[in-house]
Design a binder for this molecule. Structure first.
Ligand SMILES: [Zn+2]
Length: 277
C-alpha cells in the first residue's frame, strides 16, 4: 500500500491523500486507485512495476473523487477497469474537479487530464494471474463506490466507504446508503481492511465501525442542532466528542459536512410556515 497523507489536499502533499493498494500476481501488478495527478499516477505505476513483476495487469478505480481517479492517464487505458455504474458516475462527474484541483495544487497537476477507464468489469470474481479478486459495487460515500476483496489474503480494499483514524468526507454522501454499505461490508468475511484514508485496519471491523460512529454522530448532531435553531456557522463550531475528536481533520470535515448536509436537515426540521386560512 502507498499510504496517503491524513490531511486535506494541499501543495505540501501534492494531493496524494488517498491510499493506493498494490497486489502482486503472476500476471503482473494489480493496483487499486490511481492517485490525484498524472505525476502521482506515474509514480504509482513505477512503484507497482518494481514491487510486483514489471508490468501492470489491472488498475481498479473505486469512485469518482479525484484523489482516486485523476492519475488514470498514467496507465494503459485497457488495463484500467471499473464497474459499469462507477463508469457512469466518472463520465458525468469527473471533469468537474479539474479547475479546483489546478487552483489548489498548481504545478503538481501539470499534464493531468480527467481520463476514463478503458475496461468495464462486472461485480463478482475476477481472476488475475491466479489471484481471485471479488468486486462489489456499493454506494453511499459517493453515488457509486467499488470495493475489492483479495480472497487469498482476506484483504478488503474498501475505497472511501471506510475511513480509519481520519474523519470521513461527505461532499457526495448519502448517509442512509453509506450505512447500508457498511452493514454489507461487515458480512464479507474479510480479515483486514485497507481504508481509502488512514492506516490499515488489521481487524475486520474496527475502521468500519469507526466510520459508522462518525456518520451516526454527524446526522444526530445535525438534527439536534436544527431542532435548537442553530445556524450553519454555529454547527461548524459544535464540540466533537471523544473518541471522534481524535480523528485527523475532524473539525475540517465537520465544517465541510455542515456545508453539504446541514441546509437540507434544517429545511426538513423547520417545515413550511402555515398560512392563515
Ligand atoms: Zn472519496
Amino acid at each position: 500500500m502507498i499510504r496517503g497523507a491524513d490531511s486535506r489536499m494541499n501543495r505540501a502533499n501534492a494531493g496524494a491523500i488517498a491510499n493506493i493498494g498494490i497486489l502482486g500476481t503472476s500476471a503482473g501488478a494489480v493496483v487499486i486507485d490511481a492517485g490525484t495527478s498524472l505525476g502521482q499516477g506515474r509514480a504509482i505505476r513505477a512503484a507497482a512495476e518494481r514491487l510486483a513483476g514489471g508490468r501492470i495487469a489491472r488498475v481498479y478505480v473505486t469512485h469518482l473523487h479525484p484523489d482516486h481517479s485523476y492519475g488514470i492517464a498514467a496507465f494503459d487505458p485497457a488495463v484500467v477497469a471499473t464497474t459499469a455504474p462507477v463508469l457512469v458516475s466518472l463520465r458525468s462527474g469527473l471533469a468537474a474537479y479539474a479547475d479546483g484541483l489546478y487552483r489548489l495544487l498548481g504545478a503538481a497537476m501539470t499534464g493531468t487530464e480527467p481520463t476514463l477507464p478503458g475496461t468495464v468489469v462486472a461485480d463478482g470474481v475476477e481472476d488475475i494471474g491466479g489471484r481471485r479478486l471479488r468486486l462489489l459495487t456499493l454506494a453511499g460515500h459517493s453515488a457509486v463506490d467499488l470495493v475489492v476483496l483479495d480472497e487469498v489474503t482476506g484483504t478488503l480494499f474498501a475505497g472511501d466507504l471506510v475511513f480509519h483514524g481520519r474523519a470521513p468526507a461527505t461532499p457526495d454522501a448519502q448517509l442512509d446508503r453509506w450505512r447500508a454499505a457498511l452493514d454489507r461490508l461487515l458480512t464479507l468475511g474479510h480479515r483486514r481492511v485497507v481504508p481509502g484514508h488512514g492506516p490499515v485496519d488489521p481487524t475486520p471491523d474496527t475502521a468500519i465501525r469507526q466510520t459508522r460512529a462518525w456518520l451516526d454522530w454527524l446526522e444526530r448532531t445535525f438534527h439536534e442542532a436544527a431542532a435548537r435553531g442553530l445556524s450553519l456557522a454555529e454547527v461548524g463550531e459544535l464540540p466533537i466528542p471523544e473518541p471522534l475528536a481524535t480523528l485527523a481533520e475532524a473539525r475540517y470535515e465537520l465544517q465541510r459536512s455542515a456545508v453539504h448536509l446541514y441546509p437540507g436537515v434544517e429545511q426538513r426540521a423547520l417545515g413550511p410556515v402555515q398560512r392563515a386560512p
